[in-house]
Design a protein around this ligand. Structure first.
Ligand SMILES: NC(=O)c1ccc[n+]([C@@H]2O[C@H](COP(=O)([O-])OP(=O)(O)OC[C@H]3O[C@@H](n4cnc5c(N)ncnc54)[C@H](OP(=O)(O)O)[C@@H]3O)[C@@H](O)[C@H]2O)c1
Length: 323
């Protein structure tokens, strides 16, 4: 099969298309022929060794010193079951599925193996392969952080960076759970964010968000636009600041409370198979739909990296995986 390899850290030019063996499946695994995958902010961070401040050493120790130890990047995909292991009961050949490989990556390839009880599920009704491939990166992050924040119906949430993959998932999932959603975005993306369920948008380029008179139960910062010190002024007592793009400073800061019980939540989102299934259920019910900004051909995957690296993408960037 073909796969894109990042054997060294660097710009999109380090990516190379090469042959790799089709993964051998274990008795509890299925082999998926990948038809669509995404290039997301996580892929770009790993390829560029661009880990949040203070975590570079940890990142290199965990992921590889001179280049990614696991050089096939890509965290989410959708495709068709090509073959099943001897013990598989939940899937059959020809099933259309989507999956989240997360930190294991390996989605920028023509085939992937995954355990049938892992983060994989049947394609939700009404979604095509491109949309299904984009369900999980932003979606699992949003589910994790909303769970950590204990979001309740009637809460006021401010989403910073609402037009990105994580931001658009936060807007939709918070709205579905009955929160009132205020979102910060540039004027060009206001309509997109309103269409995905925000009650109100604020243009961060013309308004100083930190000086808003409003008070929120949760400030979800998906772009590192604010510090906990500034966020505390926007939070009600006991309010939560979600430092989703946070660095080591935020992870350490999350160990202690701020004024009047306000607290910061930071760190990597959990990767749970049940969240992957839940996202498909929400999508089938019309409560959550990834927005696809651009679709690149398989041969153009480095161009997809370059586009995502601009930091200006809206929602998800899909790569169509050809023969
Ligand atoms: N903790 C975790 O486990 C976890 C998991 C996933 C992602 N992350 C992190 O979360 C961050 C977001 O990821 P993503 O994939 O959603 O990013 P993304 O899709 O690349 O975000 C791009 C969007 O951010 C908007 N934006 C940029 N600066 C902004 C600002 N100051 N205020 C408001 N909007 C702004 C841009 O809109 P404009 O063009 O309008 O500015 C653009 O639409 C990344 O740093 C990523 O590493 C963390």
């Amino acid at each position: 099969m073909q796969a894109w390899f990042a054997r060294h850290y660097g710009g999109p030019e380090v990516l190379r298309l090469a042959q790799a063996p089709i993964p051998a499946i274990k008795p509890d695994q299925i082999l998926v022929r990948i038809l669509a995958t995404t290039v997301n902010s996580g892929d770009v961070r790993v390829r560029g060794c661009d880990f949040p401040a203070g975590t570079k050493l940890m990142g290199r120790l965990a992921l590889g010193w001179n280049g990614p130890r696991q050089p096939i990047l890509g965290t989410e995909y959708a495709g068709v079951v090509e073959s099943i292991g001897a013990g598989v009961t939940r899937f059959q050949n020809g099933d259309a599925v989507y999956a989240f490989s997360g930190l294991i990556m390996r989605a920028h390839a023509q085939y992937a193996a995954i355990a049938e009880n892992g983060p994989v599920a049947l394609l939700p009704a009404g979604l095509d392969f491109h949309q299904a491939s984009s369900l999980c990166f932003g979606g699992t992050t949003a589910l994790h952080y909303l769970r950590q924040a204990g979001l309740k119906p009637g809460d006021d949430i401010l989403v910073l960076g609402a037009s990105g993959a994580v931001g658009l998932a936060l807007v939709q999932l918070a709205r579905h759970r009955g929160a009132r959603v205020t979102a910060s975005t540039s004027a060009a993306n206001a309509e997109l964010v309103l269409r995905h369920g925000a009650d109100r948008v604020i243009d961060y380029r013309s308004t100083d968000i930190a000086s808003l008179p409003d008070r929120f139960d949760i400030v979800a910062d998906a772009v590192g636009a604010m510090t906990f010190i500034d966020a505390q002024n926007l939070l009600r007592p006991e309010g939560r600041y979600l430092a989703i793009a946070g660095a080591l400073k935020e992870m350490l800061g999350s160990l202690s409370k701020g004024r009047e019980g306000r607290r910061m939540i930071a760190g990597p989102a959990a990767e749970r198979a049940e969240d992957v299934v839940e996202l498909g259920r929400l999508a089938a019910a019309g409560h959550y739909r990834p927005h696809i900004d651009k679709v690149f051909d398989w041969s153009e995957l480095p161009a997809a990296h370059a586009y995502v690296e601009t930091g200006r993408k809206r929602g998800s960037v899909v790569v169509s995986v050809g023969e």
